[in-house]
Design a protein around this ligand. Structure first.
Ligand SMILES: Cc1cc2nc3c(=O)[nH]c(=O)nc-3n(C[C@H](O)[C@H](O)[C@H](O)COP(=O)(O)OP(=O)(O)OC[C@H]3O[C@@H](n4cnc5c(N)ncnc54)[C@H](O)[C@@H]3O)c2cc1C
Length: 308
């Protein structure tokens, strides 16, 4: 956008000369996710108790122990909520064996931006007593809400404005509600887990009947956060064509997560790598010859390079 490729009105508002009017940044998406739990079940991982010199020794000598475990992603599953497209799951549920420990509010704030004051009040006094616990992360895999990304200024060192508009589509809350209730059901009503949801209501949601749909909706609004899976600012078909070329501009491609027009119901890294593989093939196919030092390379019909 700083180079003049973007929505004409937005660029004009910053006096950036227009090169091409394209809807850059107009429809972005991210995986919103909600914290479900805690369930006071043992065993679990408590960093201040379990990550110690013995754990380091066990990992370095045998590659085993707590540091060899996945911990935060201890188990995952995909679900289809009632508002899902009939052909796709729209929820990912990640199970984590994380204890309530004194620094958990700060850790959750650091990783997810959740408010320390609310978490301190909610976990009190269990986190001060180092209580074993489990959580679930309910991920909205196929959000129907779209956000927007804009320039804050013409200074390339300024961060852009990202307005994610999480949960603005009502189906997004209903999908998370379904996943949240499934996770609670799994803990409370299966023989192997058999643990009730943490008995203290989330501060700010006490006015709703505990464990009612409206209570869970309140928790979802209170504790939903980014999964850092932003896509869509240079969407295929809108900003780039089917060969990832920026529409209307010669010699410029976008090959990264921003070309995904919708989020896949799964983490974005693998999809980005696939886009990169395809994109590098497209670039290589479009180049017929190049010079490196004194050597000229040419591509033959069978796509092999040879020296001329
Ligand atoms: C904290 C976090 C956790 C994540 N966890 C997971 C996960 O567990 N699983 C998963 O699948 N996905 C995960 N993701 C998402 C995943 O990392 C991204 O979807 C993916 O990296 C996007 O790839 P990209 O190439 O589009 O962008 P990036 O990976 O961000 O690559 C952009 C590159 O451009 C470089 N760059 C930026 N500006 C300039 C410039 N002016 N000049 C030159 N270079 C520049 C940057 O240094 C960077 O190397 C996570 C993301 C974050 C932030």
């Amino acid at each position: 956008m700083l180079s003049g490729v973007g929505p004409a009105d937005h660029l004009a508002s910053l006096n950036i000369p227009l090169v091409m009017d394209l809807p850059v940044g107009e429809k972005i998406q991210d995986h919103t996710n909600t914290l479900a739990g805690p369930f006071l079940k043992s065993p679990s991982v408590n960093p201040s108790r379990d990550i110690n010199i013995q754990a380091v020794n066990s990992f370095l000598t045998n590659g085993s122990g707590i540091l060899a475990a996945t911990s935060a992603g201890a188990g995952q599953g995909f679900l289809k909520s009632p508002v899902a497209h009939p052909n796709y799951a729209d929820l990912q549920i990640i199970h984590s064996a994380s204890a309530l420990h004194p620094r958990l509010p700060q850790d959750l704030n650091h990783k997810m931006g959740l408010r320390v004051d609310i978490l301190e009040k909610w976990f009190d006094p269990y986190h001060k007593m180092n209580t074993d616990a489990r959580f679930g992360t309910v991920v909205l895999g196929r959000p129907k809400s779209f956000g927007k990304m804009m320039l804050a200024s013409t200074n390339p060192y300024d961060n852009p404005i990202i307005d994610p508009q999480y949960l603005t589509h009502p189906d997004d809350i209903e999908a998370l509600l379904y996943g949240f209730k499934k996770f609670v059901d799994l803990y409370e009503n299966t023989e192997v887990l058999n643990t009730k949801l943490f008995p203290k209501p989330v501060p700010g949601c006490e006015s709703e009947v505990f464990k009612s749909d409206d209570y869970y909706r309140c928790v979802i609004k209170m504790f939903s956060f980014t999964m850092f899976h932003h896509v869509g600012s240079c969407a295929l078909g809108k900003v780039v064509d089917n060969e990832l070329r920026v529409i209307g501009i010669d010699g410029l491609r976008v090959i990264d997560a921003s070309v995904m027009p919708r989020l896949p119901n799964g983490n974005t890294q693998a999809a980005t790598i696939m886009i990169a593989e395809k994109g590098s093939d497209l670039v290589s196919k479009s180049v017929r010859s190049y010079r490196y030092g004194n050597t000229q390379f040419k591509r033959s019909k069978n796509r092999f390079w040879h020296v001329t």
